[in-house]
Design a protein around this ligand. Structure first.
Ligand code: GDP
Length: 197
């Protein structure tokens, strides 16, 4: 898919305030610092479309970007911000839950996993929760350029093995590097295929 336009539309702390156009939405989520903003900027060919985690406030909201005037890319708050304190964590959790479970336009949730790390409990628990609730999702392993080929493969396989303990079938997954612009075509083509079907 060629990106011909990408524009910021709205930031929300409430799901019922999200756009009412009925266009399909592809949302991105992951732990803080997983590389979500960099991935969104890489996918859309914009150096600053998504605010990085260093931008206060923005990362606590549901951010809608209209792509090619056909679909929304949705930047969700990161999960697992222990340093933000219990009350804020609870607020973010509720916002994520209400978007993911209630938003009918949500077509696929891309869950970002830092490829440098061993499988993390918080990511596995989040994915398990998605499965329990029948949420359509795919996985994106980020920062692939930071590892050599064999270590990358080992980490990806270790994560997939953990998933196999939970699921009979693996979800679609992508390996990306925002630095090297890898995984871009695969993710955008996947979205295009779903949009066409
Ligand atoms: P967010 O908090 O998930 O939005 O993460 P950011 O996109 O702000 O990225 C967090 C840090 O990881 C920043 O210092 C980025 O430059 C770095 N980063 C993100 N993606 C990549 C990548 O693909 N390769 C490398 N080498 N660094 C990355």
């Amino acid at each position: 898919m060629k990106i011909t336009s990408a524009e910021f539309v709205i930031s929300n702390s409430r799901v019922d305030m999200c756009p009412q156009t009925g266009l399909p939405e592809y949302a991105f989520i992951g732990r803080s610092n997983v590389g979500k903003s960099s991935l969104i900027n890489m996918l859309t060919n914009h150096s600053k479309l998504a605010m990085t985690s260093s931008t206060p406030g923005k990362t606590l909201l549901v951010n809608h970007f209209l792509i090619n005037k056909e679909w929304y890319l949705v930047d969700l708050p990161g999960y697992g911000y222990a340093q933000r304190g219990k009350v804020m964590m609870e607020k973010i959790k509720k916002l994520i839950e209400s978007y993911v479970l209630e938003r009918e336009e949500m077509t696929c949730l891309f869950v970002l996993i830092d490829s440098r790390l061993e499988p993390q409990k918080i990511d596995l628990a989040f994915i398990e929760w998605l499965g329990e609730n029948g949420v359509p999702f795919a996985i994106v392993f980020t920062k692939a350029d930071k590892l050599n080929g064999s270590k990358l493969k080992a980490n990806v396989n270790a994560f997939l093995e953990k998933l196999k303990e939970q699921w009979e079938e693996l979800p679609p997954y992508f390996i990306s590097s925002s630095e090297k612009k890898t995984g871009r075509d695969e993710i955008l083509n996947y979205i295009e295929e779903i949009n066409k079907s």
